[in-house]
Design a protein around this ligand. Structure first.
Ligand SMILES: *Cc1c(COP(=O)(O)O)cnc(C)c1O
Length: 335
């Protein structure tokens, strides 16, 4: 039997219909700007999310990096969650490659940054300080959906204080589907948004950065410098176009499967599991649990990540029956 891979929603393979769309895509050389499928995707995602322009990116990391570098100059700073992907999980690229100082502030348990903390982190215009330029939020954060009123308040505060606002929306569509709000209701509060097609939407690679025409022109330059100028990338853009048409609404199934997983793990001694808001389930284990649970689960055909906090992510390559099979293994192994 194939293992059930719950390590991430990035592990999916293209479906046969996605392969067909990729094979059929008209292609060009995107560095010359003449790949029709890339151009179609860029126009489509910009329009869907309410922006003037968009840029197809190889990865979410490069997309966020180019966004930060397009908002901030050398010696500027951006305010970001202590546990945000751009700060914590992208190799420190903003600082290393962008000469941008991150100003991390604590993530509250619901993923928000307290407005008072944001306010306190904004520096006055004084030669002692880096120039605070940008607020970066993330949605979903650890699978949690930022409440719309919070997004409105935080980006409103940023705007009042002269900061731009960027959204790392790697899982934007999970947030939209989970909250029942159209994606553009979330994105309209931001100056720029990065969205991944390679997570819950199930493409082999690719992200998009959206913003004003002038912002995207700057990002285009950084993308080339970062080595992200791809050629017949329409083959990947076709997968993204297919996913936007066919893989957004079905995210509700991933969320239901995550809910079923969490429900099925409740009540085991030494196991704490919160009801997930989207497709990520965190399982906290008492310290007396064996340290090799991930290996034990793997040997029984269930792949997860973590140590005392396991992370289980649902996606389009795990069905409801896989969830029941995984639950049986998890219950037996964690008990
Ligand atoms: C995965 C992820 C990224 C980066 O995407 P890659 O394509 O893996 O570089 C950025 N932000 C968040 C929140 C993510 O989950």
């Amino acid at each position: 039997m194939n293992p059930i891979d719950l390590r991430s929603d990035t592990v999916t393979r293209p479906t046969p219909a996605m392969w067909d769309a990729m094979r059929a895509a008209p292609l060009g050389d995107d560095v010359f700007g003449d790949d029709p499928t890339v151009n179609a995707l860029q126009a489509r995602i910009a329009a869907d999310l309410g922006f003037e322009a968009a840029l197809f990116m190889p990865t979410g990391t490069q997309s966020n990096l180019c966004a930060l570098m397009s908002h901030c100059q050398r010696g500027d700073e951006y305010i970001v969650g202590q546990m945000a992907h751009t700060y914590r999980w992208e190799g420190g690229g903003a600082a290393v490659l962008g000469s941008i100082q991150p100003q991390p502030v604590a993530n509250q348990s619901d993923g928000t940054l307290a407005l008072a903390d944001i306010e306190a982190a904004i520096k006055p215009d004084d030669a002692h300080f880096a120039r605070t330029r940008l607020l970066a939020l993330e949605n979903t954060w650890g699978g949690q959906v930022l409440p719309l009123p919070y997004i409105e308040a935080a980006t409103g505060l940023a705007r009042r204080r002269g900061l731009a606002a960027h959204l790392d929306g790697a899982r934007l569509y999970n947030a939209a589907v989970a909250s029942g709000a159209p994606a553009r209701e979330i994105t309209r509060h931001f100056d720029s948004v990065s969205v991944c097609f390679s997570k819950g939407l199930g493409t082999p690679a690719g992200s998009a950065l959206c913003g004003s025409r002038e912002f995207i022109a700057r990002a285009h330059r950084w993308r080339k410098m970062a080595g992200g100028g791809m050629r017949q990338s329409g083959v990947l853009a076709a997968a993204a176009l297919y996913a936007l048409d066919h893989h957004v609404e079905r995210l509700a199934m991933d969320h239901a499967n995550a809910g079923r997983l969490a429900e099925g793990l409740q009540g085991l001694a030494g196991v704490t599991v919160a009801i997930p808001q989207s497709n990520i389930v965190f399982v906290d284990l008492a310290p007396d649990k064996p340290r090799d649970l991930v290996e034990r689960l793997r040997s029984r055909g269930v792949l997860v990540t973590g140590l005392y906090r396991l992370r289980l992510v649902t996606h389009l390559d795990v069905g409801a029956d896989d969830i029941e099979r995984a639950l049986a293994v998890l219950r037996a192994t964690l008990s």
